[in-house]
Design a protein around this ligand. Structure first.
Ligand SMILES: Nc1ncnc2c1ncn2[C@@H]1O[C@H](COP(=O)(O)OP(=O)(O)OP(=O)(O)O)[C@@H](O)[C@H]1O
Ligand SMILES: [Mg+2]
Length: 364
């Protein structure tokens, strides 16, 4: 059957997972629903303990949901054991067999499936080439570097040609430079194999740079799903805005709202156009979020005024910390240019100008 574009690889429907009983119950997942498309680089992003690994384990079949369904290409896979699912996992710890060589590690899954010897040899060679590890085929995995182990773990998971690859924080043990290299490598692998990747990280920059779409999780729930740009520019909830990037939060009164847009009045009295989250009808008072790079310092006027408290130079840009007259902090980030800064100094009275289309209303 030819693959339809944009078909769902995985559908998670109303899935909950409760661990323990009585007083020690933990709702690791609480009514989670999400669809992951074929060939998608999909990322689960959230803080420690929010349920990322639990969701991967349910998809892989290492554990069962307390409630809800998981479909793979439209079929309920609840009763399929892990080894029968066209899903493979790269664990955070790699879990390689240290007494085996690189080649033997990659062959292992294929041997378990009872593949013919010649096919296994060809497949191992292809995988070694893919992860650029041909030269180390006969080296034991206890005698290779962390980044090399990482690539062997990937090759081993890819060897049986899974439809879906689950990657649980696969880069967290690597140093910064290697991590950056592996990020590019992973994108290349996904592109070349066409496999659906479900990638887990708690690193927001990694999520933004690598993913087609991101699901932001908190306390067993998925709060928002969208492209990196959606998630960054149009966070729907305070948690999402706070977790990803830096944010300024302003309390505001709703003056009018229609068709996904609102006019809000800030404490300074200034009225501002702001975007509404999809399908959201605001009440009288809302919180508005503005990213620091979407605001500018001005000597006079602006949407809000205050006193400049701190100027922090970052090389490429400068962060200005303002204490607003209406109370609360506001950070402005401006790119540095050859002509230098405008001479703002701590103690100055300043205005904060907010760019058009920069303000976003939050649901909570
Ligand atoms: N086997 C278990 N028994 C009891 N509680 C568990 C079990 N596994 C996970 N939990 C709990 O479920 C919640 C979610 O855990 P999970 O491992 O999915 O988090 P995570 O998002 O992967 O976190 P991290 O980023 O630290 O890996 C946590 O509160 C955790 O303590
Ligand atoms: Mg985890």
């Amino acid at each position: 059957m030819p693959d339809k574009p944009d078909r769902n690889a995985i559908e998670v429907r109303g899935v909950s997972k409760i661990f323990g009983t009585g007083d020690s119950q933990v709702a690791a997942l609480d009514d989670v629903s999400v669809s992951i498309r074929e060939n998608e680089f999909f990322t689960l992003l959230g803080p420690s303990g929010c349920g990322k690994t639990t969701l991967l384990r349910l998809i892989a079949g290492f554990d069962f949901p307390t409630d809800g369904q998981i479909l793979l290409h439209g079929d309920d896979i609840a009763l399929l054991p892990p080894y029968k699912r066209p899903v493979n996992t790269v664990f955070q710890s790699y879990a390689l067999f240290p007494h085996m060589t690189v080649g033997q590690n990659i062959a292992f899954g294929l041997e378990m499936l009872g593949k013919p010897k010649a096919e296994i040899a060809a497949r191992v060679a292809a995988m070694l080439k893919l992860v650029k590890m041909e030269a180390l085929r006969d080296r034991r995995t206890s005698q290779i570097s962390g980044g090399q182990q990482q690539r062997v773990a990937l090759a081993r998971a890819l060897a049986p040609q899974p439809k879906v690859l689950l990657l649980d924080e696969p880069l967290s043990a690597l140093d910064y430079k290697l991590r950056k290299e592996m990020q590019i490598e992973l994108k290349r692998l996904q592109h070349e194999t066409g496999i659906t990747f479900i990638f887990v990280t708690h690193d927001q920059e990694e999520a933004l740079t690598m993913s087609d779409r991101i699901a932001v999780m908190s306390s067993g729930k998925i709060l928002q799903v969208g492209s990196p740009r959606d998630i960054y520019d149009r966070p729907a909830e305070r948690f999402v805005a706070d977790f990803i990037g830096e944010s300024n939060f302003l309390e505001a009164a709703v003056v009018a709202s229609a068709n996904g847009r609102a006019t809000v009045r800030l404490a300074s009295g200034t009225e501002l156009a702001a975007a509404l989250p999809e399908g959201f009808q605001p009440k009288d008072r809302v919180t508005v979020v503005v990213r620091p790079e979407q605001a500018r310092l001005v000597r006079e006027g602006g949407a809000a005024s205050g006193v400049l408290e701190n100027v922090v130079y970052f090389g490429t840009d400068t962060h200005f910390h303002v204490h607003l007259d209406a109370g609360g902090p506001f950070i402005v980030r401006q790119q540095n240019t050859r002509s230098g800064d405008a001479g703002y100094a701590p103690g100055d009275r300043v205005g904060v100008a907010i760019g058009e289309d920069a303000a976003q209303v939050l649901k909570d």
